[in-house]
Design a protein around this ligand. Structure first.
Ligand code: ADP
Length: 611
């Protein structure tokens, strides 16, 4: 059932008006009735008094007068007082009447007022008179035999006749109608006054409440800008004014609380979104409460619209699924690792930190998974262990060799002087090789560390002097192998460089060029300004026409200990670290190193630096 709700204003107004109208109507009706009966009673008493005034004369005439005298009295007195006077004998016969000839009149014995009067008490009644054709008020009194005529002097004696006086009710009605009109007019005035008063009272009560209702509706919609601020002088009720003040205070507090919550939520959201770690929060039903941007990027999904969805619908990963089920089942935090298989770039290693989410109490309401991409860490770990294995291997080779020859010498080869010398020369060479590896390793780690800590000093120097130095360093070896070195570098080419490091890089490349060339060939060192992607750069190129490098080796050539021709490198006493050192030096200068090579035709290494 739908209850139709009225406005408070109308409720108050209508109820008040109804009560007032009923009350006014009741008062009006009651007072009009009271007036009616009062007026009639008064009129009756008046008639009775008038009857009493003439009763003595009537009795006198009844005994000593003629019928004509009696009629004369009745007609004269009646007309003089505007009253109809009737005298009725005990048989009901009319003896005299002001308005009518008694002969023509009915027997009046049974008229109620007359009947009452004959029973000894004054009688009154109101009814329509057939004689006069209008409503009349009758008042009748009994007439007793007086002492003078043989009575006992009391009203208890024999009733000789009844004297009745009557007036038309129309006159009374007119008077009463006049009174009623006045009462009615008063009632109308009272109703109008009551209406205005009720209207004002209703408005006074309902208006602040309506205002508060509107305010409360705004609060419900989250708008706390409005304040009740009711005028306490015009607000009739103290309770309403207090309610308005309380609502204002409540709005202030709610506004503050909500603002605090919003700013805290925004802070959390900012932290959550800007986290590098992927964060997933799920509820007990494994539905997503929230995921951050990092998660969306990691799993290559759209973040929007994921809230409320089952985690397995959004992220299809069995290992992650198992971990969520585990934490929801046990509630005990744990760390683990999952691998995300990718079509490109191989797998992604994710370290997971899984904790339960607690509600207000201690109950678990869900789970929080923080995922860290540790792929780079894993790669570094792999690189490190690979490096350690390589270093060990590189060091073990000369050491094994040295140890073998020393043992041979100890086993008696020392006695054979020629062999001993040969063996000791090998031991010396291997020790030098060992020293070179260690020197290169130390150099590499120092360059790496200094570059990382920005400890490398740069100065504006002419490039040519550096290249000349490098050529001079390598010249003996070139001469030894009958290789010519050509240098081509403009005199005025100046740039920011670290002379020691850059010379070492050029020496390494020149050294390789000499090493991997045939006797009689030339290694050219050239430097020139070039334009790369619209920027001016300095390019130093070391070109040989030697054995060249197969294409498959090129991508890994600058890795530590990587050799394209292992046997030749060893024979030439290479450490396998030369190009790695070059790469690090060039990177420390903010540049890059590139290689072009064709097997059998030679190789060209380019160092490209900012000018
Ligand atoms: P190494 O000390 O063995 O020369 P590098 O790091 O300098 O070590 O060079 C790595 C490998 O690259 C070498 O072992 C060699 O196989 C190859 N290589 C370097 N430079 C040249 C070149 N100019 N011509 C042919 N092969 C080269």
């Amino acid at each position: 059932m739908v209850i139709k709700q009225k406005k408070l204003f109308w409720q108050i107004l209508l109820v008040h008006l109804a009560i007032l109208l009923v009350t006014i109507a009741a008062v009006a009706w009651y007072s009009s009735r009271t007036f009616d009966s009062f007026y009639i009673t008064e009129k009756g008493v008046d008639l009775e008094n008038r009857a009493n005034l003439i009763k003595a004369r009537v009795v006198e005439l009844l005994f000593n007068g003629t019928e004509a005298h009696l009629r004369e009295l009745v007609v004269d007195s009646g007309r003089a007082s505007g009253t109809r006077i009737t005298i009725i004998d005990p048989d009901g016969l009319v003896l005299a009447d002001t308005n009518e000839d008694p002969v023509r009149m009915d027997n009046h014995r049974r008229r109620p007022e007359i009947d009452t009067a004959f029973s000894g008490t004054p009688g009154q009644s109101q009814r329509f008179s057939n004689t006069l054709g209008q409503r009349m008020l009758y008042s009748a009194i009994p007439l007793y035999r007086t002492e003078a005529h043989g009575g006992d002097g009391s009203d208890q004696g024999a009733i000789i006749a009844v004297l009745r006086l009557s007036v038309p009710v129309t006159a009374i009605d007119a008077a009463l109608t006049d009174i009623r009109v006045k009462i009615g007019f008063g009632v109308l005035l009272a109703i109008a006054g009551a209406f205005i008063l009720t209207f004002l009272v209703s408005r006074n009560i309902s208006r602040p409440l309506e205002e508060m209702t509107r305010g409360a509706e705004l609060y419900a919609r989250g708008d706390f800008s409005r304040r009740m601020l009711l005028n306490t002088k015009t607000t009739a009720s103290r309770e309403i004014a207090s309610l308005a003040t309380a609502m204002d205070q409540m709005a202030d507090q709610l506004d503050d609380t909500i603002n605090t919550i919003i700013s805290q939520r925004n802070q959390l959201e900012t932290v959550f979104s800007s986290m590098v770690e992927a964060v997933i929060a799920v509820d007990r039903e494994e539905r997503i409460i929230s995921i951050n941007e990092a998660t969306a990027q990691l799993f290559e999904i759209e973040r929007q619209g994921t809230q409320g969805k089952l985690i397995q619908e959004v992220i299809r990963n069995t290992a992650l699924q198992e971990q969520i089920e585990r934490i929801l089942a046990t509630g005990r935090p744990f760390e683990d690792e999952i691998i995300l298989e990718r079509s490109t770039n191989g797998g992604t290693y994710l370290h997971t930190n899984v904790v339960p989410l607690h509600g207000g109490g201690s109950e678990t309401i869900g789970a929080l998974i923080v995922l860290n991409d540790v792929t780079r860490l894993r790669q570094l770990e792999n690189m490190r262990s690979e490096f350690v294995a390589n270093v060990s291997h590189e060091l073990r080779t000369p050491i094994t060799s040295i140890r073998g020859y020393v043992e041979t010498l100890l086993d008696g080869a020392l006695d054979e002087r020629e062999d001993a010398e040969k063996f000791l020369e090998i031991v010396l060479r291997q020790s030098e090789q060992l020293e070179e590896i260690i020197d290169d390793l130390l150099a590499l780690s120092r360059i790496e560390r200094e570059a990382k800590d920005s400890q490398i000093d740069f100065e504006q120097l002419p490039l040519r002097s550096i290249l000349e130095e490098a050529v001079e360093v390598c010249r003996p070896r070139a001469n030894e192998r009958n290789i010519t070195i050509r240098l081509d570098c403009p005199e005025d080419l100046h740039m920011d460089l670290n002379p020691t490091l850059l010379e070492r890089a050029v020496v390494n490349l020149l050294h390789n060029g000499i090493t991997y060339s045939e006797a009689g060939q030339e290694v050219a060192v050239t430097a020139a300004m070039v334009e790369v992607a619209g920027k001016k750069k300095v390019q130093i190129s070391i070109k040989d026409s030697g054995i060249g490098i197969a294409e498959e080796h090129l991508p890994r050539l600058f890795e530590r200990f990587y050799r394209s021709d292992r046997a030749r490198s060893r024979k030439e006493g290479g450490t396998g670290l030369g190009l790695a050192i070059v790469k690090h030096i060039v990177q420390a200068h903010g540049g890059q190193v590139e290689v072009e090579s064709t097997v059998g035709e030679g190789s060209t290494f380019h160092i490209i630096l900012d000018s």
